[in-house]
Design a protein around this ligand. Structure first.
Ligand SMILES: [Zn+2]
Ligand SMILES: [Zn+2]
Length: 138
């Protein structure tokens, strides 16, 4: 992810800063859905002095480059996902837990419909809302 980010930044004439690279590295190391605040916490322990706005801006950039995905969650929390292959999410409406699921859902039809509506889609995924194992009444 770091190499891809560095390449993309150079291509855009933007600076390849150690801060940006460490954010990309942390995202890969975390290897799970993470909020900007979680990424910020980890980045701060590896490279003190990186600001939260820098983390936000870099995560936006990584998303734009397709290196992370943004996952819609409960309560408007933005969560970034280092896994960008085709997969779907379970989101618990009680505790906010996000779990990956693999299901043979092909988003092609949805993407085609989106394009037909004049929309320029980045990607499509299914979000299943409900209660996780811990929160569901047994
Ligand atoms: Zn839950
Ligand atoms: Zn995921």
């Amino acid at each position: 992810m770091e190499t891809q980010l560095a390449g993309a930044l150079r291509e855009r004439g933007q600076r390849v800063t150690p801060q940006r690279l460490v954010i990309a590295r942390v995202m890969q190391q975390l290897d799970r859905h993470a909020t900007a605040e979680m990424v910020f916490g980890e980045v701060s322990s590896q490279m003190p002095g990186v600001s939260l706005p820098t983390v936000y801006a870099t995560l936006d950039l990584l998303e734009e480059l397709g290196l992370v995905h943004r996952v819609a969650t409960e309560g408007g929390t933005v969560v970034f996902d280092p896994r960008t292959d085709n997969h779907h999410h379970l989101v618990c409406r009680a505790c906010g837990a996000i779990t990956d699921i693999d299901a043979p859902v092909q988003p092609d039809a949805v993407l085609t419909a989106a394009r037909d509506a004049g929309f320029a889609p980045d990607h499509a995924q299914v979000t299943v809302r409900g209660l996780c194992r811990n929160c569901a009444p047994s």
